[in-house]
Design a protein around this ligand. Structure first.
Ligand code: FES
Length: 104
């Protein structure tokens, strides 16, 4: 089972930037890539940097600490897709950004 949680207003995330929000017991980074929103675990699988502080380009985010690049579409590290950050489905309802997370 899953549930949807409202995490932010669309106006809170400037174009081509990201912000991190608490969702349950973790932080989720919401990316605004050219007006399309993506959600990914904010915790970099390498050493835990906040991916919301990364550089967004061409459908990827580059981690601010060591520049590992992750696909915003599936969370995979581009150099080795076996390593990935969790991603979450995003729904925009009016001006709210909702993410779908496992119902624990
Ligand atoms: S902590 Fe993200 S690449 Fe090292």
């Amino acid at each position: 089972m899953t549930k949807r949680i409202t995490v932010a207003k669309t106006s809170e995330i400037p174009l081509n930037e990201a912000r991190a929000f608490p969702v349950g017991d973790r932080m989720v980074a919401i990316f605004n890539q050219a007006g399309v929103f993506h959600a990914m675990d904010d915790f970099c699988p390498h050493m835990g940097a906040s991916l919301a502080g990364g550089w967004i380009e061409d459908g990827t985010v580059a981690c601010p600490w060591h520049a590992w690049r992750f696909s915003l579409a599936d969370g995979c590290w581009l150099d080795n897709p076996k390593i990935k950050a969790d991603i979450f489905q995003v729904f925009v309802v009016d001006d709210e950004i909702q993410v779908e997370i496992p119902d624990e």
